[in-house]
Design a protein around this ligand. Structure first.
Ligand code: SF4
Length: 387
């Protein structure tokens, strides 16, 4: 049974988390926890392509790197569709490092959060230049731009079996529930507490002599439990391998822990864009500047602003008259920080934009479009089919 903490902070659901210093641990509890979790993982782990091992029974660090970048904020089912083609196109770190950024973004298409693709690309370039390959230690890994403590810990532990902790949203939730800590999710103090706890447990895993127990197995098991069993809204405590050692389960608090994040309102953004087709049924597109929102992605020409975009401004951008623009569709698109109100027009005359390019539908599929732009293009097809 974990000793946990006695604190009036819990009853107030404060975000202030404890530190190692005011926490007394039960080594037997930790050993049991690590053992039961690793045993469960041995029989329950999903067969995922990035988990395949090479001849020496070892994971490929490059495949692990790609999967870790892809899995950030993206569902496994979506990553499963994209991982194989990406690895086929860029089979090694050096192949990715020497690739053109537009090709990398195009292969990332459908995964969203394109900043990760650029970051992965830069990371491969830097690792190739400085180390020749992906480094092994957490310190060297975090020295690469784009690799944070979580990704470094995942590669060092899962590939090289280093006792490096990892904490993401899944791990945070599992650890807080096991120890019955109702801190607010995602806050800095909560994360600090979780990193300390994860480090204690992965070190415990490194000490174990049991065959199924290792830092690699423990870290993956923790993530797997958070993804499959200890889920945010419906934790399956009855079938959980940790239920006898889980404080939240014992006290019936599994649905209250962690306390929900304080929500921040999304900032409004207004976008007006136009679908422009020429007589060959090609579409006019342009590429966004490399930095900033949706940087480097392709889009139908448009304008955006913190206030509604006048049709006159859109017409001027395209070099057409306002009467040449017909209202086609509108929808709201939400990103993590923005609520984008999108107005889509169709141009009855083939205008032009600086840096614009005419492409066929097939060519469009080879370019990196964000989800918002895919929806704009899809609205064109849907409207045509319904006519
Ligand atoms: S017993 Fe329930 S709350 Fe505890 S770790 Fe398992 S699924 Fe999560």
């Amino acid at each position: 049974m974990p000793t946990g903490k006695t604190s009036n902070r819990s009853s107030k659901k404060s975000s202030r988390a404890s530190t190692k210093a005011d926490t007394v641990r039960d080594p037997a509890h930790d050993a049991r926890l690590v053992r039961d979790l690793c045993r469960w993982f041995e029989v329950s782990a999903r067969d995922l392509p990035w988990r395949k091992t090479g001849n020496a029974g070892k994971r490929d660090p490059y495949r692990s790197l790609v999967s870790e970048f892809m899995l950030q904020q993206t569902q496994v089912s979506r990553v499963l569709e994209k991982f194989g083609p990406f690895i086929e196109r860029f089979p090694t770190l050096s192949a990715l490092a020497s690739a053109d950024e537009d090709d990398v973004l195009a292969m990332w298409s459908g995964l969203g959060y394109y900043r990760r693709a650029r970051s992965l690309h830069h990371c491969a370039q830097e690792a190739s230049t400085r180390f020749g390959e992906l480094p092994v230690s957490v310190d060297d890994l975090v020295s690469l731009k784009g690799i944070g403590r979580y990704t470094a810990g995942a590669i060092a532990s899962i590939v090289h079996n280093e006792p490096a902790p990892i904490v993401d949203g899944n791990v945070e939730r599992v650890l807080l529930r096991i120890e019955g800590q109702p801190f607010r999710a995602g806050e800095p103090d909560t994360r600090d507490w979780c990193w300390d706890r994860a480090e204690e447990l992965v070190k415990q895993a490194a000490k174990s002599r049991a065959k199924s127990v290792s830092p690699a197995a423990f870290n993956e098991a923790l993530m797997e439990l958070g993804a499959l069993v200890c889920t945010p809204r419906s934790p399956s405590c009855l079938t959980c391998p940790l239920r006898t050692d889980c404080r939240a389960c014992q006290t019936g608090q599994q649905h209250e822990i962690p306390a929900p994040k304080a929500r921040q309102a999304r900032k409004p953004l207004y976008m007006a864009c136009a679908i422009v087709e020429n007589k060959k049924s090609q579409l006019l597109i342009s590429q966004r500047p490399k930095g900033g929102l949706w940087g480097g992605l392709w889009e139908v020409p448009g304008l955006e602003s913190d206030s509604p975009v006048p049709i006159e401004a859109l017409a001027a951008r395209l070099g057409v008259a306002t009467k040449d623009l017909i209202r086609h569709n509108e929808f709201v698109f939400e990103t993590t920080h923005r609520s984008v109100k999108v107005e889509v027009y169709r141009a009855t005359r083939a205008g032009s934009v600086t840096g614009g390019r005419w492409v066929t539908r097939n060519e469009l599929e080879t370019l990196a479009l964000g989800s918002l732009q895919s929806r704009v293009i899809a609205s064109l097809t849907a409207r045509k089919e319904s006519l």
